[in-house]
Ligand binder design. Sequence first.
Ligand code: SF4
Length: 265
Amino acid sequence: MKGLLFDIKRFAVNDGPGIRVTYFLKGCPLSCAWCHNPESIVPGKSEMRRIRRVGEKEFVSNEIVGREYSSEELLEVAVRERPFIEESGGGVTFSGGEPLLQADFLLGSLMLFRQAGYHTVVDTSGYAPPDILKQIVPYTSLFLYDIKHIDSGRHREATGVTNTLILDNLNLLLDAGSDITVRIPVLPSFNSDSESMNAIRNYLMPLRGNGLRDISLIPYHASGRGKYEKLGREYGYGNFGSPEPQYMEKLKQQFRDSGFRVVDY
Ligand code: SF4
């Protein structure tokens, strides 16, 4: 069976421990206003404008986003990077989009990589049927699990879905004994205020324990903004800068003071 990917990143250092190969699977059930990979959201192949400028001239063509790979082809990529992966305590990461949207392909790939001795990470929005999530648990070394907002109404306004399933699935994974790093994107005018961050921290504190020890705070950046024009879409999030480093450090310290380890991925 084949899966549809929109990118593969070698030497990835922000997608789990060590140096990794990250596979970006296409398709996502959410539609976050700030998404910096908007070309990933549509399941199936899609088109994006490619603009090349030579001097005064502009050349516009359409590029296809999405290419099919078998799990074995993905493994071949990692095998070439294996010395770096092993030396750094790294592995492979399945990201997206939402990798669980291609559940059968993801499961088959995870089984193959684990059989070959790789540390496997699944980077997920948590918005997936619980039965599917349970199937991948035995083959997933670590989940990078996004929590965006505790207020379900605010969550729906900005992402298109409520957070009920996401929070339920977080508890399901912890009950199943999974290792989880919760990733919190810090987003101006959405969740970067103290009240929203405190709500997330207060929700997570009772869950702290064996499986949930690490938190990662990811500052918003507008790097995906230019892609919206190429997709013929409007960037609906607004004109925000990244949160100040001092503010990010303050948030990190609050999580440390609450007993979490703060990591950089
Ligand atoms: S969950 Fe991630 S990939 Fe999906 S829309 Fe949101 S930011 Fe984009």
